[in-house]
Design a protein around this ligand. Structure first.
Ligand SMILES: Nc1ncnc2c1ncn2[C@@H]1O[C@H](COP(=O)(O)OP(=O)(O)OP(=O)(O)O)[C@@H](O)[C@H]1O
Ligand SMILES: [Mg+2]
Length: 445
């Protein structure tokens, strides 16, 4: 795991110790903040994110154990190291039971303390990594490839490259199956945040009543059933990318709070008064027409303008058919068996190119996956394609070349007349000779 920058809060009433630790523990990855008592420590903790807290057991205002309990409540993701004096061993053990990471006795060796802080941070990092992975789609670890050589796709690739390192929110729009997830992952991968997994949430899967809590977290007793305090997705995504898919489905009540996070970088857990700050890169996706949703009063207008500031629209596959051959090759190479070289015969490729792909790339992928199974010796023929592709090739003449329409029409009539060429020529209104020429031209025997 790559080492990340993190912050440490030192709580001690002795100024000399605060100064010593501030100086000795800080390094290029570690930022140190200090507090002299519990009250100021809690205030700082509410507005700042700390990974590790070094807490003196004996404080002027409240006992270290009380402060520990409040810290666990306020910032459950933080590891606490207790600093104890002589004869405090019982309390130190008590602190461990209450969830402290470890304790260190005064006077301490700075080296040991340094190591302890480092280890505590490692644990924080692991725990957050797990939280993120739990909220990430299965294929998150695969590196994404955004395939396509059409002009439109090159432009999108250019936009991704430009916007990825910037921290601004991005809205990805487009029909279902066009590759919005792929774009979101590519943005995360191209950003400095890619050392952490991206946190993904599909807003359509949020339960209406719990949406706010799931996003922002809640404190114990905030509502019936809130038996323990809980962190929300924003907390898991701190320092990384939060991909909110199907943003159009987010309940209206929660949209205003999300807008606040985007504007101020701060939020409140449900039932909590104090705000906390987070550092998150937001990516949104939707297949809805959000402008219309705004007009219908179903989407917060200010939020729409905020997230629409950088929009990447992924066009449907039927508008960029020139990408199809490359995508087909890509899927054949990635979905097929290594030992077999697959080939799509021309007539099958015609069907693929002529179809209008309502399910976009997802549908193309499924069709190729199916055709691989049906292929013989790696040859993908029309027989390996689903019926709707063949039918549409027959009916959707508009997308076909004049020649292929003619060929299909001749074939159809020949079939209808049991192969009788004279009849077929009559129906077509051409001479037998012309028909023979055409049969030769189209290699129909
Ligand atoms: N340009 C691309 N290159 C390679 N694979 C792609 C590309 N675009 C999409 N895919 C693949 O197509 C499938 C559908 O893509 P994706 O899930 O990103 O669509 P989506 O727009 O998010 O759809 P939905 O609106 O239903 O969530 C996935 O298997 C994805 O890997
Ligand atoms: Mg998607």
């Amino acid at each position: 795991m790559q080492q990340q920058a993190y912050s440490v809060l030192v709580i001690d009433d002795e100024e000399s110790i605060r100064r010593l630790l501030e100086k000795e523990l800080s390094n290029e990855r570690r930022a140190i903040t200090t507090a002299a008592d519990a009250v100021s420590a809690l205030t700082t903790m509410r507005s700042h994110w700390f990974d590790v807290i070094l807490m003196d057991l004996r404080l002027p205002d409240v006992s270290g154990l009380d402060l520990l309990i409040q810290t666990r409540e306020l910032a459950p993701h933080t590891e606490v190291i207790m600093v104890t004096g002589h004869g405090d061993i019982d309390i130190a053990v008590e602190a461990m039971k209450l969830g402290a990471y470890d304790f260190i006795r005064k006077p301490f060796h700075l080296d040991r303390l340094d190591l302890l802080v480092e280890r505590a941070h490692h644990r924080v990092q692991l725990a957050r990594e797990n939280d993120r992975l739990r909220h990430n789609a299965d294929n998150s670890l695969q590196s994404v490839r955004f395939i396509g050589n059409s002009q439109i796709i090159s432009e999108i690739q250019f936009l991704i490259k430009k916007v990825a390192p910037a921290k601004i929110p991005v809205l990805i729009t487009g029909e279902s199956g066009v590759g919005k997830d792929v774009v979101a992952r590519a943005i995360h991968q191209g950003s400095p945040l890619s050392v952490s997994p991206m946190v993904v949430k599909n807003c359509a899967s949020l339960q209406k009543e719990l949406a706010r809590s799931e996003l922002f977290g809640h404190v114990k007793g905030a509502f019936t059933g809130a038996d323990v305090s809980q962190e929300g997705l924003l907390s898991f995504a701190h320092g990384s990318t939060l991909f909110l898919d199907e943003i159009g489905e987010l309940p209206l009540e929660v949209q205003a709070s999300l807008l606040r996070v985007l504007e101020t970088g701060s939020y409140r857990r449900v039932g909590e008064k104090e705000e906390r700050t987070v550092d998150i890169r937001f990516v949104f996706a939707t297949n809805r027409h959000l402008q219309e949703e705004v007009e219908q009063g179903r989407f917060n207008e200010a939020l729409f303008h905020r997230i629409n500031a950088f929009n990447i629209h992924v066009p449907s596959l039927r508008r960029r058919k020139e990408d199809i051959p490359l995508l087909v090759d890509y899927f054949l190479a990635t979905l097929g068996t290594d030992q077999i070289r697959y080939r799509v015969v021309d007539s099958a490729m015609d069907c693929i190119l002529n179809y209008n792909w309502p399910g976009n790339i997802r549908e193309l992928r499924n069709v190729i996956e199916r055709s691989i199974i049906l292929a013989e010796n790696g040859m993908i023929t029309e027989r390996c394609l689903p019926g709707e592709l063949i039918e549409s090739a027959e009916t959707e003449g508009s997308a076909l070349s004049l020649e292929s329409i003619e060929k299909q029409h001749i074939l159809k009539l020949l079939n209808a007349h049991g192969g009788n060429r004279q009849k077929t020529a009559e129906v077509l209104g051409i001479s037998r000779k012309t028909l023979y020429r055409k049969l030769q031209q189209y290699s129909i025997s």
